[in-house]
Design a protein around this ligand. Structure first.
Ligand code: ZN
Length: 81
């Protein structure tokens, strides 16, 4: 889904936090295990969501409403900016 450029001042593609992606092993794409795991689950949800064959428009709209409600719970925690 999301990608970030490799460099010394990379921004996490999930939360936007700047971080140094150069480590002893493989370059990091995400700032944390939380963001890395979120991306994994997001991709899994997207893959399955797009395969659902909704019975009717009511069911489709209900799930879209739930996803919208979930997106509205996304906030910036006080310790960031
Ligand atoms: Zn992050």
């Amino acid at each position: 889904m999301k990608t970030s450029a490799i460099g010394t001042n990379t921004k996490c593609p999930i939360c936007g936090t700047p971080f140094n992606c150069f480590t002893a092993g493989k370059p990091k794409t995400y700032c944390s295990d939380l963001c890395r795991e979120f991306n994994k689950y997001y991709n899994a949800v997207e893959d399955r969501l797009l395969k659902i064959n909704f019975y009717d428009n009511k069911a489709r709209k209900s799930l879209k409403s739930d996803l919208w409600a979930l997106s509205n719970k996304i906030v910036i925690k006080k310790d960031k900016k």
